[in-house]
Structures are given as structure tokens and as C-alpha cells.
Design a protein around this ligand. Structure first.
Ligand SMILES: [Zn+2]
Ligand SMILES: [Zn+2]
Length: 383
């Protein structure tokens, strides 16, 4: 293995620098992952433009790679070793609390960077913290004993492995949080990577009516939504959404509404509350806004609506998502539109935010791509 690791480091708002870090020694209870693919999502766009920490950070929190080196204790504890291909949840958990025992590592305090300054989370933890490699936009990622790993089936291509996280979120939010299942009617707002992943989860679970909303610029994405299983799409700019909802649902409204819009303010939540069925619907929100003047709390209460919050994924959702990716049931390669190398992180993130490459649905970073073409990597030792 080389003795230096190349990484794309966020050094300030909308600033990326390629830097080298020393290849860390691998302790008995640790490992190094040679990065294969890092998915990029809307959170990266936000964190890139307006970082929450001033220290340098190697971003990349949706990581898949091959274990290049592992300590003996790590192999015993984790049941994986050198050469194994794994998806790494971004939560570095304590493995001791109630949430961890439930497989809900996302809620563990040890990874809660908002309330715990010592928290570890891939893509969020400053690169100043030893051994520095806490993000997937790098050649290698450090794995401590408490990283959360999932084996990735060989049948899953590199590009498909890059959408493991949105698909896990689709299963978590639609199926586990909102209870979508046989004969459910679902409105999914926003046809981006996350909305389309919800379509797949809902279709697989047996939903009878899946409707996706978008704007006029989303035409191509709406077509993909239909191929993946959406029964109808609504262009909220050109069509009368409440009228279409009434028409499609026979005046009944939806069992579940899932907000996967980005930067649309309060509008999708208002539409969602209105579009839900007369009593007992479920609304999944993402909470992108600080305040909500005129929130229709009376209507919400009178319709007996349950609100769920979109918060990552559980261990089980990841396992199901990886199984889904390995199957060929859905043409999921329609989602994997763009890949970039380690020297193109800025363009990759901007493309997800709609300010880079055109026609984007999902973007992945391939940190090994540059090395493959330059041929400088000593691959033999890693296998
Ligand atoms: Zn993400
Ligand atoms: Zn825990």
C-alpha cells in the first residue's frame, strides 16, 4: 500500500482542496477501506455551501469499498476481513446504548454531531481528528471497531452501490416510518434521487397508487418515476394539484404523503396536509425550514394526521436496500446518471445541486478512478 492517502478536503464554504494524509497504521481493532464509490446527496450540497464546522472536513458519507487491511480483533468482531466489499453506514456508533441494540445507529449519541462535540460521523468529522480519514471523498476510509458495516453482494455494480443510501432511506421512510404496504396510496413530492427511491420502495411493498409531483423542469425525472412504478405524475406548476389529487384518488385523498422536495419552503407540507385522506393519514417531513407561519394545526389535528420525520436509516433498511440492489426487479440504473473522480468533487456536488452537469438524478464519486487511469496504484497488496 502507498504511504500517502489522497483526499478531497472541504477547507471552507464551497472550497475543496486535494490534500495528502499519511497512511495510518491499522490497530488490532481497526481497518482501512479502499474506497470504491461514495454517493452524493442533497445534504452534501447544503454542507458544502454552508459548513456547520470551520475545521477541514473530508466529505462523503455514503461509502462503499473493499477492506484493504484489517486488524485481527477487527476481523473477529465484525465478521469481515481483507478483500470483503462493504457498505459503511455514516454513523460511528457506541454499540452499547438502547438505540444501537435496536439497529438504530442513526439515533446513537456517539454519532450525534449536533449535540455531541466528540461525535464521529463519516463525512462530518473534521480531518484534524486522528487518523484523519473520516470521509469517503478519499482513496481510503478509516474503520474503527464501531463502524457499522454491511456486506455488498457481488451482483451490485459500482454505480448501483452508490445509491445504497437513498434506497435505504426509501425503505426506512416509506415502509417503516409511514407503514406503506399492500394497497397503500402514496403521494411522493419531488422526483429527485430520494423521491424516486421512495417510488421503488412503495412499489415493491405493494402500494396500489403511487403519485409523484414535480415541476416543469423535472420532465425527464417524471418519466423515470413512471418507469420505476409511479401510476401518475403531477406537474405542480402546470396542473391544479388539489384537483388532480381528487381525480386520481376518487376524492378520498392519500394514505401517506412523503416530502422529498428541496428548497420548496412550506408549500409541499401545506399541499401534503390537504392531499391526505379524511382521517388518519401520515405525513413524512424533512424540516428544512426554521419557522412555519400560519401552520394549519387545526386541519392537521382534525384530520388526525401523524407526522413522521425523515432521519436516515436503520440497519435493517440498509440490508433490504442492498438486497433490492442485487435483484434486477427495477431498472435502477436509470437513477445512476453521473460519476466523477476525486479531482472533480466541486463539480460533482454542484451537479447534485443543479449547478453543474445537466440531466442529473444521482451522482457518485469514484475515488479510485484517477488512480486506475494513471496506473500508479499497487493493487496487488490490497486484494
Ligand atoms: Zn446522504
Ligand atoms: Zn449507541
Amino acid at each position: 500500500m502507498a504511504d500517502r492517502v489522497l483526499a478531497a478536503v472541504r477547507t471552507g464554504p464551497s472550497l475543496i482542496e486535494l490534500q495528502e494524509f499519511p497512511m495510518p497504521d491499522v490497530p488490532e481493532d481497526g481497518a482501512l477501506l479502499r474506497m470504491e464509490v461514495a454517493g452524493i446527496c442533497g445534504t452534501d450540497v447544503k454542507m458544502y455551501k454552508a459548513p456547520r464546522v470551520s475545521e477541514p472536513v473530508i466529505m462523503g458519507h455514503e461509502n462503499v469499498g473493499v477492506i484493504a487491511k484489517a486488524g485481527t480483533m477487527f476481523e473477529e468482531l465484525k465478521g469481515v476481513g481483507e478483500g470483503d466489499r462493504v457498505f459503511v453506514e455514516h454513523y460511528v456508533a457506541c454499540f452499547n446504548c438502547e438505540w444501537c441494540h435496536l439497529g438504530q445507529y442513526r439515533h446513537c449519541w456517539a454519532t450525534d454531531w449536533r449535540s455531541n462535540p466528540e461525535a464521529l460521523r463519516y463525512g462530518y468529522t473534521p480531518a484534524t481528528r486522528y487518523p484523519h480519514l473520516w470521509g469517503g471523498f478519499a482513496e481510503y476510509l478509516y474503520l474503527p471497531w464501531n463502524a457499522v458495516l454491511h456486506r455488498v453482494p457481488d451482483a451490485v455494480s459500482t454505480e448501483l452501490a452508490g445509491i445504497a443510501t437513498p434506497l435505504s432511506n426509501g425503505i426506512e421512510w416509506a415502509l417503516f416510518d409511514c407503514g406503506v404496504g399492500f394497497d397503500s396510496s402514496v403521494l411522493i413530492q419531488g422526483p429527485g434521487q430520494q423521491g424516486l427511491a421512495q417510488v421503488v420502495a412503495c412499489k415493491q411493498a405493494g402500494a396500489s397508487t403511487i403519485v409523484v409531483t414535480g415541476t416543469s423542469k423535472d420532465e425527464a425525472r417524471m418519466e423515470v418515476a413512471k418507469v420505476l412504478g409511479a401510476d401518475f405524475t403531477i406537474d405542480v406548476e402546470r396542473e391544479d394539484t388539489p384537483a388532480r389529487v381528487a381525480e386520481i384518488t376518487g376524492g378520498e385523498g392519500f394514505d401517506v404523503v412523503i416530502d422529498c422536495t428541496s428548497g420548496a419552503g412550506t408549500a409541499p407540507i401545506l399541499v401534503g396536509i390537504q392531499a391526505l385522506k379524511r382521517k388518519g393519514g401520515t405525513l413524512l417531513i424533512q424540516g428544512e425550514i426554521d419557522e412555519f407561519p400560519g401552520f394549519p394545526i387545526r386541519e392537521l389535528t382534525e384530520k388526525a394526521i401523524t407526522i413522521k420525520s425523515a432521519r436516515g436509516h436503520s440497519y435493517r433498511a440498509c440490508e433490504l436496500a442492498l438486497g433490492q440492489l442485487a435483484s434486477t426487479r427495477f431498472p435502477l440504473d436509470l437513477l445512476t446518471t453521473h460519476t466523477f473522480g476525486l479531482d472533480e468533487v466541486d463539480l460533482a456536488i454542484r451537479s447534485v445541486g443543479g449547478e453543474g452537469a445537466p440531466g442529473v438524478i444521482h451522482v457518485s464519486l469514484l475515488p479510485g478512478r484517477e488512480r486506475q487511469t494513471s496506473g500508479t496504484e499497487d493493487r496487488g497488496e490490497d486484494q
